[in-house]
Write a protein that binds this ligand. Sequence first.
Ligand code: IPE
Ligand code: IPE
Ligand code: MG
Length: 239
Amino acid sequence: MEENMNVPNHIAIILDGNGRWAKAKGMPRSYGHVKGCANLETICDHMKDLGVKYLTVYAFSTENWKRSREEVEGLMKLFRNYLKKCIKIAEKNRMRVKVIGDITAFDQDIQDRIRELENFSKDYTELHFQIALNYGSRDEILRGVRRLAQDAADKKIDPAQIDEGLFESYLDTAEIPDPDLMIRTSGELRLSNFLLWQMAYTEFYFTDVAWPDFDKAELIKAIEKYNKRDRRYGGVKEE
Ligand code: IPE
Ligand code: IPE
Ligand code: MG
């Protein structure tokens, strides 16, 4: 690791490639999800070690319900276990956990576990960990716009006062700074409906490494690459 490495404040990750990783080993997709889930446990430790303050991971999209019933059920089982384990991980890392996405689509016990985890970890500030579950950026924006329109109809806000800051306060990511670096594993070069509004100026890093193999060395590689980027935000570079 380079000395004085500038660590991004917020890293967002699209955890992709579990299925293909398993298939390449002659194993069922579910095996890939189990390994991917185990990797999610350790990635938080690495983020904390490196001094990253915000981590957001895309674990289940609004489109992922289209998968086979067997695969979706397997994922729900994994979420149940993981959400329970995550209480201990939150305590160890002193991390605050939030779930973004429309959780009302999940079984009641999963929703309860999410609320329990969020509530348990709400005062930790060492690492802010967001898990995107039944998350889709278009869905998030529409849910926010619906509440915003209702508040305008109820005269709680004046449409003329709607600016970026006010709009953002209606998103699931309210109070979370925008990602500085987005990592997508396993070779696909797309956003798949992840944080469309929030990533307007985020740097993107794509790797062919599948999520279950994405370790601390790979994470450092991504951060080092990010360090070589010239972020401009529409301005010009000062010589
Ligand atoms: C990512 O791995 C995990 C989820 C989307 C739940 P995939 O399941 O998308 O794995 P591939 O992309 O099919 O290999
Ligand atoms: C994006 O991955 C969603 C998650 C990683 C949770 P997908 O594997 O579902 O995305 P597509 O279908 O390849 O675009
Ligand atoms: Mg995929």
